[in-house]
Ligand binder design. Sequence first.
Ligand SMILES: Cc1cc2nc3c(=O)[nH]c(=O)nc-3n(C[C@H](O)[C@H](O)[C@H](O)COP(=O)(O)O)c2cc1C
Length: 325
Amino acid sequence: MADTVAQGMIDPIALRRAFGTFVTGVTVITTRDSDGNPRGMTANSFTSVSLDPPLLLVCVGKSAASFPAFNETQSFAVNFLHEGQADVSSVFASKAADKFQSVNHDRAHTGAPVLTDSLTWFDCAVYNRIEAGDHIILIGQVQAFGTSPSAPLGFCRGRYASVKDPLPAGWLASQDMIIGYLVEAGDRILLRDDRKGGWVLPTARRRKADSKLVLDGGEALSLVPENTFLYSVFDVADSDPGYLIYRAELSRASAQGPLPDGHAFFAVDALPYDQVATHELRAMLRRYARERQDKRFGIYMDSGDGGRVAMIDGQSQSWTQAASE
Ligand SMILES: Cc1cc2nc3c(=O)[nH]c(=O)nc-3n(C[C@H](O)[C@H](O)[C@H](O)COP(=O)(O)O)c2cc1C
């Protein structure tokens, strides 16, 4: 058996170390102070509490600079971090003056700042506050929440840990469509390592064709916005809710800069088809490589009768330009 320590002789440092052997995720809890300024701190004391009513809790240390804000607020948000956000955890665990400068945030329901690039967020009204030693237990009633398929950031024994393959089969089926990007740079296509020995398309949550594409891992790529268009819409049987695939072109700066972790370019005529996991994705990449030679692309939508393709030429044009012709 491991070491035991008798009650009454509890060494706080040893206790903290023992608590730290419990594997958790990492959250950033956020609120606004009485002047309306956003306040936040890293917290791994999250627990889900109840489904009906929908309750959760976090424990907030009384010595934290943001404690008064959490002790007085009527609302707060809990933002789970994904594996690409260890830096966000460090910023919010620090005493930095403006922690919110480095993250995207928005209001959802209560007005508490929600970190929009997080793995999952819960916007809560305060349900109860319970005194508990050097912390308070802050219980929130969930008013709104959002989630994404990214891998969570884990934490154990004072270190960040990666959590492999976190999605149980069928989990995605209850979620929105997956937005994939067929990103081209010169004669190369950007693919993402699926960590199971295969390659998939980079995915993102937003499907707005603008110049900045924020991938699910949190990394941003810059695109040539006028060259982005919808390319394919399909389901992969029994596995997930369906894909919306956009074709996009990387800006020169992003094409020459460092690639996000786990991403690589492949020449269009040497795509690793054997390592592309699904038949649907393979078929789409083959079609793309073929169509690209003539710069005439088909927009594909699957349907009960085998799917339909509408052909467009390779030049997309702006709506204002098209409307004035
Ligand atoms: C992974 C991790 C988890 C943490 N969990 C908590 C927690 O649950 N409750 C808490 O009060 N502090 C927690 N902290 C410490 C606070 O983030 C830290 O004290 C921070 O500086 C508070 O910010 P503030 O003083 O600006 O309010 C955690 C820190 C880390 C790195």
